[in-house]
Design a protein around this ligand. Sequence first.
Ligand code: SAM
Length: 469
Amino acid sequence: MGRKRKPRFETQVAITGIAEKGRGVGRSAEGGVIFVENVAPGDIVDVVITKKKSDYMHGTPVKFHHYSEDRVEPFCAHYEICGGCQWQHITYEAQLLHKENIVRNAMQRIAKTEIGEFFPILPAPDTRYYRNKLEFAFSNRRWLTTEQLADKSLPLLDDVLGFHKAGGFDKIINIDHCWLEPEPSNAIRNGLREIGIRQGLSFYDPRAYKGFLRQVMIRVSSIGETLVLMSFGEDDPEKRKNYLDEALERFPQITTLIYCVNTKVNDFILDLPMETYAGKGFIEEQIGHVRFRIGPKSFFQTNSRQGERLYSIAAGFAGLDGSQNVYDLYTGVGSIALYLARDCRRVTGIEEIAAAIEDARENARLNQIDNCDFYAGDVKDILTEEFAEKHGKPDVVVTDPPRAGMHPDVVRLFLRLEAPKIVYVSCNPATQARDLHLLDEKYRVEKLQPVDMFPHTQHIEAVALLVKR
Ligand SMILES: C[S@@+](CC[C@H](N)C(=O)[O-])C[C@H]1O[C@@H](n2cnc3c(N)ncnc32)[C@H](O)[C@@H]1O
């Protein structure tokens, strides 16, 4: 039998920042980076090292010498294990400061370019109930903490509906109340669980890959509409009808009920056919002067109120006077394109999800906007020099790529297209900074505005205005 290694400790570690997953950042006596669980910037702690890599370590605190002034009591009962709002234990003001610093650091370390005006981060107008969409998973086994496991009165096997524990495909935490999405979200989720139990339906077994009730997405809109998308793990029309009918009867707030049948081993449902069981099959949302139709497969900003402010910053940076030809890349359901349409000559939107492009065209009709064209496909394939010849060279390019940022071919094309202005909206400062670095030879960053769309999480949005040198 091998001998157990002695645990390694680091003492008096000052936590100076906060990183992904809410971990604090400190340094060992030799200067190595340590990511520490359950601490806040400003804490001074002794740490036991739980993982050691060549360039960083992970640790958990064993003794606190000083508690940070920025600490607050988390308000959610699920905070410790859910992993959804990892920054709830620090004040909102401190969260904002750390987010702004993350953007600043990314610009210094990766973009390595001068920023004309770096504006202070824009706080979210609501720090609770700010999301318009949440997804929950059904499971036949409840995830329990060590303390809950010690409580023998709690059942190990239990039908639950909630979130995946961070990093666990088969670990589902039952959620009673989530502070992220306004009502009727909590009522519907809890009701759907109750109906499933009462009707004796099987909750999904993530290890055996079977079970009837699998996932649910609940989307609410500020104009009072609610979309529920159920994913069933088995195709049983009778059981499905009974379940959906009872859900509709119990929750008249559901304006549209959609379902799909997912018998695959993975949870991805965007490639599956969607059936509208009740209502119009989409939800409507108002952002500023534009009304949007959002289908079950389309991306839409999950914080509508802050989304409107984000678009208004993008519009301000674009500085339109009615004469410009604008491209809106990664357009989703045409959101930014339609928001800008009244202030420019023409807008061309490109998005890879064909269903979102259908929504974008429908959204243009709905809002009587007739100066927009939308194309479905990968930006790197659709946006070529020939495309720009055909649609006219852009005066302003708005780009809002996913977390991975832009494909290098797209960046190279930007350098050839030489649009006078680029407005770069990003949900990942690291990839935005990488792309700004690549564009640096022809573009200077005139303005940069970080925006907090997701309080209590590490996510940050930032809008950059690039002007041709
Ligand atoms: C961050 S969202 C932005 C959506 C939109 N601008 C908005 O504000 O709602 C990124 C969008 O890019 C789309 N997308 C991802 N990769 C793409 C690609 N290679 N080509 C085109 N669209 C892509 C996604 O489907 C998603 O709708």
